[in-house]
Design a protein around this ligand. Structure first.
Ligand code: ATP
Length: 423
């Protein structure tokens, strides 16, 4: 069934015009252009998606350049392997030269050569992602579906294209679960069997690639079903044996979403995910994922704060004591523990730190103390700390209160030092 009508209804007018401009240039160059991948899948499902991926049987970079030269769009970037990005108003379109991929060994990045649309579809992960729609004027809207993606969409199945798929690229194990849970689909029987068999192939994948796929999962609207499923399949355990997806994780993820979003939310999910590991297990996992310094610190701090929670389970603690117990830790790690902690006193202290204590500043600074007759040095540091502590505990409220307190702390020596010019 031709999909021209559906495209015209689904895509914004401006985008259709841009696609037709691109198609016009491609026709003139004797090249064919297709809409491919997630957008085709989502259009057929009726889900919102404006990630325009085009495959060109020809030279995608030259084509994109020509479109840009006519002024119909701006060329944002172009790369080796024949990919380019065009931008028009706030719409972007990715173009890629159709390519063929061959895997020299499991988990290696594939060797890439130019190919046909069918080659390009054959290198993809699942049948539902391996469909295209022609944009060429002689068969505009014609679907290209060599692997039965449409029928799998109707049957709600995630199916790999060939039995070596997970061996070639085991990141597809993580991707399969992501789509399965996002779309509410099932793994087709043989796909499920091969997925389980090939879990050890995850060992052939670099840390960066595994981490990227985990980030994509944690970037989903509701990642918890996928995490539970990965734990159920034993995939998480392959990355760190102790990573079993604690039963409370789903509730904690729901809570996390009410507190932050975007990259911070992904980082917070990671902190919750690893909270049941010990230091050694975490260290191993971070090494396996080649995790960058920032997220590594948040995760390490999550365990350190967790180890301090017993000290925070004391209603008699002064705010300044809470502050000193927590001040050196990443706020994200404190947030993760505030979500996970069972004791209400502990949660209240963590929240107090996050919402108020960490922002408390004294009115007076070193310069002000000099004006009051203090000289720079360890004693001034001590006075500033005392003022800060008094602020945290609400013992001083105004600048005048701070001045009074500071002057009361002045030792006779201090004044003497100034008088003798020994600053
Ligand atoms: P969505 O998450 O909505 O599917 P997307 O389709 O843009 O977004 P990407 O992760 O950007 O997903 O991948 C783009 C396309 O590239 C996918 O549709 C898929 O066909 C293909 N792809 C991505 N990663 C792989 C992989 N490891 N193996 C095979 N094909 C892949």
């Amino acid at each position: 069934m031709n999909l021209a009508d559906r495209m015209e209804r689904y895509l914004p007018r401006q985008l259709l015009e841009l696609l037709k401009d691109i198609r016009g240039r491609a026709d003139a160059r004797g090249e064919r252009v297709y809409l491919v991948g997630g957008i085709v899948r989502d259009m057929l499902l009726g889900y919102a998606n404006l990630d325009m991926d085009l495959v060109v049987e020809g030279d995608a970079v030259k084509l994109a350049r020509e479109v840009a030269e006519t002024g119909q769009a701006r060329l944002l970037a172009h790369h080796r392997f024949g990919t380019a990005k065009l931008k028009h108003a706030d719409l972007t379109v990715d173009l890629a030269t159709a390519r063929k991929e061959t895997y020299a060994r499991p988990g290696a990045l594939p060797a890439v050569t130019p190919g046909t649309l069918n080659d390009d579809l054959f290198r993809r992960d699942f049948t539902i992602n391996a469909m295209a729609i022609s944009l060429a004027s002689d068969d505009y809207g014609e679907p290209v579906d060599p692997h039965g993606g449409r029928s799998d969409l109707e049957r709600a199945l995630i199916r790999i294209l060939h039995p070596r798929s997970f061996t070639d690229d085991a990141t597809r194990i993580l991707r399969a679960v992501r789509y399965e849970q996002r779309l509410g689909f099932e793994l087709e029987a043989q796909t499920a069997e091969l997925l389980s068999r090939d879990i050890p192939m995850l060992d052939t994948i670099s840390g960066d690639r595994i981490r990227h796929e985990l980030e994509l999962i944690l970037g989903e609207e509701r990642p918890e079903p996928a995490i539970r499923r990965l734990a159920g399949l034993g995939v998480l355990q392959r990355l760190a044996p102790a990573l079993t997806g604690n039963g409370r994780l789903a509730d904690m993820f729901v809570k996390a979403r009410t507190l932050t979003k975007g990259d911070q939310l992904t980082a917070l999910y990671f902190c919750l995910l690893i909270r049941d590991l010990d230091e050694g297990e975490l260290e191993q996992l971070l090494g396996r994922l080649n995790a960058p310094a920032g997220p590594s610190r948040s995760m390490h701090d999550t365990l350190r704060v967790k180890n301090n929670l017993a000290l925070l389970d004391n209603a008699a603690l002064k705010p300044s004591e809470v502050y000193y117990l927590l001040r050196e830790y990443d706020p994200l790690a404190i947030q993760a523990n505030s979500i996970a902690a069972e004791a209400s006193t502990v949660r209240a202290h963590l929240q107090l730190f996050l919402t108020r204590l960490r922002y408390v500043r004294t009115s007076l600074n070193g310069e002000d103390l000099k004006d009051l007759g203090f000289s720079a040095g360890p004693e001034m540091g001590e006075v500033l700390r005392t003022l800060h502590k008094a602020r945290l505990d609400g013992e001083v409220v105004t600048r005048a209160d701070e001045e009074t307190l500071a002057l009361s702390l002045k030792t006779p020596d201090h004044g003497a030092d100034r008088e003798h010019g020994r600053e």
